[in-house]
Ligand binder design. Sequence first.
Ligand code: SAH
Length: 226
Amino acid sequence: MRIDILTVLPKLLESPFDHSILKRAQNKGLVEVNVHDIRDYASDKHKSVDDYVYGGGAGMVLMIEPIANCINKLKSKTEYDEVIYMSPDGELLDQKLSNQYSLSINLLILCGHYKGIDERIREHFITKEISIGDYVLSGGELAAAVFCDSIMRLIPGVISDETSALTDSFQDNLLAPPVYTRPANYEGHEVPPVLLSGHQAEIDKWRQEQAQARTAERRPKLDNLK
Ligand code: SAH
């Protein structure tokens, strides 16, 4: 998979992709992530990327021209499955959407900032808009990092134990069961004995029951998605 991310604040995206699983995915050659600074595509001598909002009002808006220049250049070399804009009014991200996008070959992701981006970008360049939740962030960078993390960890080979992502919450419309590690007894707080029993069938049964109980209690609507 190749992911191109467009931003006016590339530094915000450095750390998330430079550690842990997202770093490993790139080191293994399974995902190539390229971060593009929209400012490099500004045409005036001040390298302007934002301007006042037409009609008046507070906040700056990302201009159409630098973004269009950057998208056009990338599209001349690569065919994208989707040109995504991270946006609070986009489709809400969930595991189903992450599973779907984990199969992509090339993705272009645009991060807005300030008041947002000139609407004409959305009308003429964007093919998909994704929100990570009903709240407003200062910029699309953290949202893009969340989206990329959720899809990259699903690519076969990214997580060493391939089944591990499949046993996470939401994959089967169930929340994950509780997990424990050593010590078996911490100041009187004990690990459920079945997990120490060595009976795999019993352990699997316990985990399934816990997952179902937790889902019924915390996300009863998940079951309806089946
Ligand atoms: N004025 C806009 C919010 C702009 S926030 C509005 O009221 O809808 C600035 C940028 O942060 C947006 O352009 C978008 O790229 C990003 N962003 C903010 N909240 C987001 C969310 N919940 N999901 C995805 N991106 C978000």
